[in-house]
Design a protein around this ligand. Sequence first.
Ligand code: HEC
Length: 164
Amino acid sequence: MKKIILLAVIMMIVPNLTRAANAPVAPNGIALISGYRSWEAIAPSYRADKNHIRIIFGNAITIKAMKEKIRPFPDGSVMAKVAWNKTTHPKFSVATVPGTFSQVEFMVKDSIKYRETGGWGFARFVGNELKPYGKSASFVQECFGCHQPVKGNDYVFTSFATVP
Ligand code: HEC
């Protein structure tokens, strides 16, 4: 009995370790995961139409699946894409570097909970206030809709940037 109570307490605490008590929450219930900066970077990217410099990070489950080319990604996989507005380095004008923070987005794999959107839960937090994006939970249709070209890769665009 004691073991069961202990297990229940651990199960309640562990998911909360990764989110701050006052973390903003998207309309579909996904809270900002603040620990993503310590995850492994998968690749940078640049969106010419948005003037964004981005880094896509993956948690340990994602990185393992990427390395082993496992598709679909297992439940518990989480990817974060953080975007900055591009700027030029003040001391070296031909260097394009991250300027102000634009937004951070997440894709959270839970094949049962998010069955209707390919098993992925989507969330976006905008600006320095980290304002949750979307008026209602249906905002995810916009995300899921645009990720359709990579349906064959479990709706994920990014792959490891190659190094020798
Ligand atoms: C107009 C198309 C479009 C929309 C809408 C869109 N995405 Fe993406 N997304 C992309 C593309 C293209 C990439 C590849 C990397 C990049 O663009 O920087 C990407 C990459 C991602 C990644 C990194 C994993 C991957 O697939 O490479 C996450 C996380 C992500 N998007 C979340 C979201 C969320 C959350 C939303 C909705 C709030 C959303 N996306 C809406 C096009 C889109």
